[in-house]
Design a protein around this ligand. Structure first.
Ligand code: GLU
Length: 421
């Protein structure tokens, strides 16, 4: 890997998109740097009475199009640079879907699997205490991300309401339904990707019954497997952080998910699935029509991109492909449906949650699905058309599509609003 940082590599996409549009250099300059990133240390009392501190960040990358929006991840490898890059991607993701939000992200450097439930609750509350002046329903709206979930969002919403003295559910999305969460938020990331693949299947050359390999079996990977299998497709391989399994005739998805829920690792379920355990990287090379990276950033790079046999990649994770991998896959004729479009179903239903919280009127699941479908198909089609018309990758088309909207908003504010003379 080169010395480039994750953010440097992300900014290549911005420069590339800008080269296709006639955009004021001020706009690019503004989007190259985060507006603000706050760092703190959270001090937590552990169950055994000892104290531990954890690094934590919140980045508000750009709020030109609305309050900043994006998840909070709990991960032992989180860094400020990762948080800022993820916030940059959120800025473009919200613009891709035309949501009235800018981009943000947060993280705590912690392995949440090492914490008890009450330690996790104290950590979640401490995060909100530290960032109480950063977040807000009209300012910055967190949500779940890697290793955080509705339970964590519920504690955070409760803590925020206690601090401000109001019931203020719109400050955070992905909450439990009982605290103002939206129906359909739990599978929204996977569902958005699933609707996109179904809508573009003919153009992508995917049959109605195609084969799928899924890297990463957390929230997005599990729900994608479930939706895709229920639609007549065959899930031939899945992996988690412990390893991968492969069965060309198809895996029993319901049983795999039940096993994961019971705390088992994917490779430990190989025998009961009649599957082979394979090295994690070999999952990329199995015969499958569609590859779904649903784990972390930079999982596919120049060392393994060439082995991919799938004709289509759906990026349910954020940033799973490096730009080098993109180049190799483009040359090999693989179509990549990029993260800022492919996994945007999550933040889109977060937007629905925020709207419902503010209006105090809640929609049924049918309405959530119908609204999500409409947005995915509309923006997905528009981006596909840009890719065809300009002869660029779907990723470039998505960035062009989003950058056009961002530039219009930045110019409408007036560049004097951002730069002092
Ligand atoms: N963490 C998710 C993402 O990366 C969802 C963000 C949100 O709902 O605000 O898109």
């Amino acid at each position: 890997m080169s010395d480039d940082t994750l953010l440097d590599r992300a900014l290549i996409r911005l420069e590339e998109a800008a080269s296709h549009l006639n955009i004021d250099q001020d706009v690019i300059e503004k989007l190259k740097y985060p507006r603000e990133t706050t760092k703190t240390r959270l001090l937590i009392r552990m169950d055994d009475g000892s104290r531990k501190s954890f690094l934590a960040w919140r980045c508000r990358y750009d709020d030109t199009r609305g309050p900043t929006k994006g998840g909070i991840r709990f991960h032992p490898d989180s860094t400020i640079e990762e948080v800022e890059t993820l916030a940059f991607w959120m800025t473009f993701k919200c613009a891709v879907m035309n949501l009235p939000f800018g981009g943000g992200k947060g993280a705590v450097r912690v392995d949440p699997r090492q914490l008890s439930k009450s330690e996790l609750e104290r950590l979640s509350r401490a995060y909100v205490q530290a960032f109480a002046r950063t977040v807000g329903p009209d300012r910055d709206i967190p949500a779940p991300d890697v290793y955080t979930n509705a339970m964590v969002m519920g504690w955070m919403a409760d803590e925020y309401s206690q601090i401000v003295g109001d019931v203020s559910p719109a400050v955070i999305t992905g909450k439990p339904i009982a605290l103002g969460g939206s129906l359909g938020r739990n599978d929204a990331t996977a569902r958005g990707g699933f609707y996109l693949v179904r809508h573009l299947a003919r153009e992508l050359g995917l049959a109605r019954d195609h084969t799928v390999a899924i890297q990463g079996f957390g929230n997005a990977g599990q729900f994608y497997a479930r939706l895709s299998a229920a639609d007549n497709n065959t899930i031939v391989a899945v992996s988690d952080s412990s390893g991968a399994i492969h069965r060309p005739a198809g895996l029993d998805v319901a049983r795999l998910i039940a096993g994961k829920e019971a705390g088992r690792a994917v490779p430990d379920m190989a025998a009961e699935q009649g599957a082979h355990v394979i090295p994690a990287d070999e999952l990329l090379a199995v015969e499958a029509d569609l590859l779904v990276p649903a784990a972390l950033e930079d999982m596919i790079d120049k060392t393994n991109a060439g082995s991919i046999k799938a004709k289509v990649i759906l990026e349910l994770a954020n940033g799973p492909l490096t730009p080098d991998a993109d180049t190799i896959l483009n040359a090999n004729g693989v179509t990549v449906l990029p993260d800022i479009l492919a996994n945007a179903g999550g933040v889109t239903v977060s937007y629905f949650e925020w709207v419902q919280n503010r209006q105090g009127f809640y929609w049924d699941l049918e309405e959530i699905h119908a609204r999500l479908l409409k947005i995915v198909e509309c923006e997905g089609r528009a981006i596909w058309d840009v890719a065809c018309e300009r002869g660029v990758s779907v990723r470039s088309a998505a960035y062009i599509h989003a950058l056009g909207r961002l530039a219009t908003a930045i110019e409408a504010h007036g560049t004097q609003s951002f730069f002092s003379s």
